[in-house]
Design a protein around this ligand. Structure first.
Ligand code: C2E
Ligand code: MG
Ligand code: MG
Ligand code: MG
Length: 288
């Protein structure tokens, strides 16, 4: 009895835990209405050629423009949206918005061939309806399929059945590009790399973080640099392109270029920003 009571009191009186839980469930409870009220916005971050500095793509990153909390980052609500299933509706909204924006850029700057890269949560990728959702986003917006890239993590690629998702083949048949996000941080099942219609690997931030740029890196025996070197070679052997995430310094960018990495993304090349910042950059009004 005493034990059960003690446990109950613990749950009720731990002030920090309950405050965090309340904040979390309040945020979760607000998500559906926020979507209906149009409180989400999509920001875009440049993905830049390490060879010539040109902007080849942008990644769509959702934010919640919360009436009281201000701009809330996806790390605070994407997980909640996945748990509640709202991610399917939210993700579809992001996809449509990104396709519309990319279509507008393509209309004004056709020679830029700017690709828009959209994150797909495991739960979205796992839903067979995703193929129709993507096809309809493309046809409604008029965006050519080859200007859309979908980013999936390693675990999303493998699905819940431990087999790569069948929908990936059907998505690739639509003509969209597929990228593995945060590559190197999930289950490194290399078998799927040669079997699946993937176009790009995005090297996870932590590997890039370890590269300093003086030919060494912050680990005692240059391990991060050696891992990046090996992953770039692996990707190129499979005819995949490689994007380095979280590039924060010019030295990192230079070093990644020397390692033959194709493109870079990160604060060094420009932070995630509203669509009009990308438009200004395409017009040549700004380089960030
Ligand atoms: P991600 O797909 O790996 O996106 C890259 C993250 O790195 C973004 O965080 C970006 O703002 C951040 N970043 C940009 N530059 C730098 C840098 O120089 N250094 C470092 N360390 N990080 C940098 P963000 O915007 O907070 O998004 C976090 C994650 O939320 C994303 O990680 C993605 O997994 C998820 N996410 C964002 N938007 C969506 C969406 O529309 N749908 C889904 N399913 N997930 C999304
Ligand atoms: Mg991503
Ligand atoms: Mg990533
Ligand atoms: Mg991520």
């Amino acid at each position: 009895w005493a034990k059960a009571e003690g446990r109950g009191r613990w749950a009720v009186y731990d002030p920090e835990r309950s405050a965090a839980d309340i904040a979390r469930s309040a945020l979760a409870a607000g998500l559906p209405a926020a979507l209906d009220r149009g409180e989400f916005v999509v920001h875009y971050q440049p993905i830049v050629s390490l060879l010539d500095g040109s902007m080849l793509a942008v990644e769509a990153l959702v934010r919640w423009s919360h009436p009281e909390l201000g701009l809330v980052g996806p790390d605070r609500f994407i997980g909640l949206a996945e748990e509640t299933g709202l991610i399917v509706r939210l993700g579809e909204w992001v996809l449509r918005q990104a396709c519309r924006d990319a279509r507008a850029w393509h209309r004004e700057f056709p020679e830029a061939k700017l690709v828009v890269s959209v994150n797909l949560a495991a739960r979205q990728a796992d839903d067979p309806a995703i193929v129709d959702t993507v096809a309809s986003a493309l046809s409604r917006s008029g965006l050519p399929a080859e200007l859309l890239q979908l980013e999936l993590t390693e675990s999303a690629v493998m699905g819940t059945a431990g087999e790569p998702l069948r929908s990936l083949y059907r998505l690739a048949d639509l003509g969209v590009r597929l990228a593995i996000d945060d590559f190197g941080t999930g289950y490194s099942n290399l078998a799927y790399l040669r079997r699946l219609p993937i176009h790009c690997l995005k090297l996870a931030g932590p590997f890039v973080e370890g590269i300093r740029g003086d030919g060494g890196d912050s680990s005692p025996d240059h391990r991060d640099e050696r891992i990046v070197d090996a992953l770039v070679r692996l990707a190129h052997a499979l005819e995949l392109s490689v994007t380095a995430e979280a590039v924060e310094t010019g030295e990192q960018a230079e070093r990644l270029r020397a390692l033959r990495c194709d493109t870079g993304q990160g604060r060094w090349f420009g932070p995630p920003a509203p669509a009009d910042r990308i438009t200004a950059r395409l017009r040549g009004e700004t380089t960030e």
